[in-house]
Design a protein around this ligand. Sequence first.
Ligand code: ADP
Ligand code: MG
Length: 227
Amino acid sequence: MGRFVITGTGTDIGKTVFAAGLTGLIGADYWKPVQTGISCDVHARFMQLSRNVPAPDVPYLPQPGSDAEFVARMTGARIHPEAVILPEPLSPHRAAELAGVTIDPDELVPPGADRLVIEGAGGVLVPVTRDLLSAELFARWDLPVILCATTGLGTISHTLTALESLRARGCRVHGVAFIGDDNPDNIATIAALGAIRVLGRLPRLAPLDADSLAAAMRAHFRAGDFQ
Ligand SMILES: Nc1ncnc2c1ncn2[C@@H]1O[C@H](COP(=O)(O)OP(=O)(O)O)[C@@H](O)[C@H]1O
Ligand SMILES: [Mg+2]
């Protein structure tokens, strides 16, 4: 159906850049359920407004510095508002506690778009709340999960560990998307030992802009792998 969850072996892996690229490649909408590290009163007001209006026709402008804003800038995709935005740059469970906010997992419901890219926070076992890990939330959604991983030293263990964790919690893993310089042995070793499909490898781009990202996605991934 073209609805995917993007997760990673950790934070700063390149999930947002890949998610932006995939959003553009398949013409999807984008949603980041929980954004941390951004202070935002406007978002709180927007969410209140949307709750009171059954079919809000209010265009959502992502907050400066947020992952959604990067995706919007790179692709012009439709951005669905985050369910929660928290100021501290921490794991969602802790950022919520410090903000005095309760994250209700039942309110983290993916929007109903036919094509949708959802970006999780950090890695696969990041707590959403003290009672719910990210991989458990993905399994509840029952959407295919794409694991982003780097290509360099350390990635074999990080990626195999993340795959095991996702599978142990009942996630359907669609494949691995690598980010970084080519490393054929690391990539082949992960594919074999993890029994997992390699979707492609996004090189480090300089400059990184809308055109270079769209061209690299077309060159290194197949839109047909994301149906
Ligand atoms: N393919 C790429 N080419 C160039 N820079 C990249 C690429 N992927 C990630 N980066 C940079 O690396 C940093 C972390 O990437 P990001 O996508 O924000 O990671 P994550 O979402 O996993 O935390 C950002 O500064 C981003 O611009
Ligand atoms: Mg990100």
